[in-house]
Ligand binder design. Structure first.
Ligand code: NAD
Length: 284
């Protein structure tokens, strides 16, 4: 039987409608959540991502600024800008679009953002808070996956979650979030021996490797839930890490690419910005 397709796009739209209401309630309380996105250089993919983030913010009523800086911007100039945004009380969320040019140290930039405004959830303080189960900002893609599983009423507790990928951006934090939800988590990566032996055991399989069609129906256990995080461009078309056609015949639930995880990522960024404003102004 073909799998249920979980459309993150529809869910994201539902959540954004809910958030729009919440933003308008915050406005009534005098709180105007604001996101500032900083981009360096003119990489077309990054530019398209940040424009999408700004547009989505405005659609739900958030204030937003896009600061575009030239490729030659020095690390010192960027850090000074971040300090200024840290001290600007009208700004609640700061996002610096990664990757940065080679002459700028990504980690130094991440660590300069005030953890209270780190809506990407990458600051080591926030990563540590997530590991120890304290209030923090969860990284947007892993958080989007968690919300998607919950909204689709997929049981997580006690389930065997296998994650293909161990990046700081997706693989590791999604594992941590699902461990916090009492899943049993296995991480696979480029040096894992016999990948299929692991993926076949998954109740929930999350694939974030960045390799088109790495996983096919033959790698999946009958009835598994498959979350495809990968975004690959093949012959000008976007495709995931999972071969959708074969996988959907075996899985019970599956996310497509596009219209799957991607729209949830931006939605959780909006959520985190709203949360940042609520925490900074101590409103519920
Ligand atoms: P990354 O390159 O930092 O990490 C990839 C991970 O996959 C590594 O841990 C690596 O060990 C593992 N891997 C690579 N090839 C493998 C193989 N053959 N077998 C097993 N493991 C393998 O990438 P990332 O930043 O984690 O992103 C992963 C994918 O998710 C990319 O396609 C990226 O574009 C996509 N992504 C999507 C969203 C979204 O919102 N939809 C957000 C972030 C990333």
């Amino acid at each position: 039987m073909a799998a249920n397709v979980i459309y993150g796009k529809d869910l994201a739209e539902e959540l954004r409608q809910e958030m729009k209401q919440e933003v308008s309630t915050l406005h009534e309380k005098g709180v105007h959540p604001k996101l500032v996105v900083v981009i360096i250089g003119e990489d077309p993919a990054s530019m398209s991502y940040v424009k999408g983030k700004k547009k989505a913010s405005e659609k739900i009523g958030l204030d937003s600024d896009l600061i575009e800086l030239p490729e030659k911007t020095s690390e010192k100039e960027l850090l000074t800008l971040i300090e200024r945004l840290n001290n600007d009380s009208s700004v609640h969320g700061i996002l610096v679009q990664l990757p940065l040019p080679d002459h700028i140290d990504d980690q130094k930039v991440i660590e300069t953002i005030d953890p209270k405004k780190d809506v990407d959830g990458f600051h080591p303080i926030n990563v540590g808070r997530m590991m120890t189960g304290q209030e923090t900002f969860y990284p947007c893609t892993p958080y989007g996956i968690l919300v998607m599983l919950k909204r689709a009423k997929i049981d997580i507790e006690g389930k065997h979650v296998v994650i293909v990928g161990r990046s700081n951006l997706v693989g590791k934090p999604v594992g941590q979030l699902l461990l916090n939800e009492n899943a049993t988590v296995t991480h696979c990566h480029s040096r894992t021996k016999d990948l299929r032996a692991h993926t076949k055991q998954a109740d929930i399989l999350i694939v974030a490797a960045g390799k088109a069609d790495l996983i096919t129906g033959e790698d999946i256990r009958e009835g598994a839930v498959v979350i495809d995080v990968g975004v690959n461009r093949v012959d000008g078309k976007l495709t995931g890490d999972v071969e959708f056609e074969s996988a959907k015949e075996i899985a019970s639930h599956i996310t497509p690419v596009p219209k799957g995880v991607g729209p949830m990522t931006i939605t959780m960024l909006l959520h985190n910005t709203m949360e940042a404003a609520k925490r900074i102004h101590s409103v519920k």
